[in-house]
Design a protein around this ligand. Structure first.
Ligand code: CP3
Length: 353
């Protein structure tokens, strides 16, 4: 087996020099790929995820097409809540929907703790993918962070205002923290299962945390995000953890603190396109390892615009070793795969010594 240092992704995630800057894309598997649409079939994505052969094939598709440096498991952030029987599904074109949203202490009963058997298909998928990939290309585990999952369970559907979520956290702080403790345990168990079956780094998606003020994030969310990072640092001290949210520039310090309470474990700060890489390093330290952050909209604007955008991201990073190239959010379904292929090629070429 190749040494960890042979893996551009794993080397960059720990801030070491790499033979080229590693690239992967959030939502790299999905509707932008014709081979995904061909294999995915009808029905809920949650059903497709329960079929390991299908899920493994979909996970590998972007690796084969783009030569990306990591394969993110084909799964979804609502898989654990669905697997314990909360009653949540993913509606095509909409996102996660719960028929009976969580609004009271009694609703917590529908959120029993996650057991490995609940998601045995996920463990099997990881194993199948690991067996297909060269040792230098790691499988990335992921889970939704407690706040982002809470927002779906409480709102019952995607939201712009998070009014029910914010009302609950401010009106019943005891219930809020009980819920968040449950969700932190669920997220960390879900990631732990993926790591135990062969994934070698993880990303915690707190996609919608940017809706909160810094004060509310620190009081209602950070302690629970911290639980996930702390407990995984204890169980897997060498495994790098990536934290990510959209529109979280104002939360950067608070998020980073929640990720780094246990010193010594490798962490990666995921940035969306609003936060310049250089600014993040000025605020959080010159050795900060970052992931990002090409605006996914630029990829929709054609090859020339996308490549100019990718060059600007590389210039912003200024040859610093701790950089994992990604978009600032997920690949949009209308994205032309040829444009993403050109971005991967450019990043690999420009950063090779
Ligand atoms: O390639 C990858 O990144 C791997 C798979 C992945 C999916 N979802 C598969 C998926 C990942 C990492 C996710 C994470 C996820 N899911 C997030 C966090 C990332 C982010 O975008 O901020 C969130 C918020 C969700 C919830 C979710 N699931 C939404 C909002 C949607 C879109 C609904 C739609 O149809 O537009 C989904 C569905 C989903 N998850 C799809 C895929 C490939 C597309 C729909 C399908 O094929 O049925």
């Amino acid at each position: 087996m190749a040494l960890q240092t042979d893996s551009p992704f794993l080397a960059a995630a720990t801030g070491r020099r790499v033979r080229h800057t590693p690239v992967w894309f959030m939502r790299q598997a999905g509707r932008s790929l014709p081979e995904y649409r061909a294999i995915r079939g009808e029905g809920s994505i949650l059903e497709a995820i329960t079929r390991p052969e299908v899920a493994a094939e979909i996970t590998l598709q972007p690796y084969r097409r783009y030569g990306v440096d990591a394969a993110v498991l084909f799964s979804d952030i609502v898989v654990p809540a669905h697997a314990v029987g909360f009653g949540i599904d993913v509606a095509p074109g909409t996102g996660p929907v719960a028929e009976r949203p969580l609004r009271s202490a009694a609703d917590l009963d529908r959120l029993r703790s996650l057991q490995a058997e609940d998601v045995d298909y996920v463990a099997r998928t990881v194993e199948l993918v690991v067996a297909e990939l060269p040792a230098e290309v790691p499988v990335l585990a992921f889970a939704g962070a407690p706040f982002t999952i809470a927002s779906y369970l409480i709102e019952g559907r995607p939201s712009r205002t998070y009014q029910h979520t914010k009302a609950l956290m401010h009106s019943d702080e005891v219930l809020w923290h009980r819920l968040m403790e449950h969700l932190a345990a669920m997220s960390l168990e879900f990631i732990d299962i993926q790591l135990r079956h062969g994934a070698r780094a993880f990303q915690l998606f707190d996609s919608w945390a940017g809706a909160l003020s810094d004060a509310d994030y620190r009081r209602f969310v950070a302690p629970h995000t911290r639980t996930v990072f702390d407990e995984l640092a204890v169980r897997h001290p060498d495994v790098a953890g990536i934290g990510f949210g959209i529109g979280c520039d104002h939360l950067l310090e608070a998020m980073h603190e929640a990720m780094t309470a246990i010193p010594g474990r490798p962490v990666v700060m995921g940035l969306d396109w609003r936060t310049p890489i250089a600014a993040a390093r000025r605020r959080l330290g010159p050795d900060l390892v970052v992931q990002g952050n090409l605006d996914p909209a630029l990829v929709l604007a054609g090859t020339e615009v996308a490549l100019a955008g990718a060059e600007a991201v590389l210039a912003d990073n200024d040859s610093h070793p701790g950089h994992i190239f990604n978009l600032g959010h997920g690949v949009q379904p209308d994205t032309d795969p040829e444009v993403l292929a050109a971005v991967v090629e450019l990043v690999h070429e420009r950063t090779a010594p």
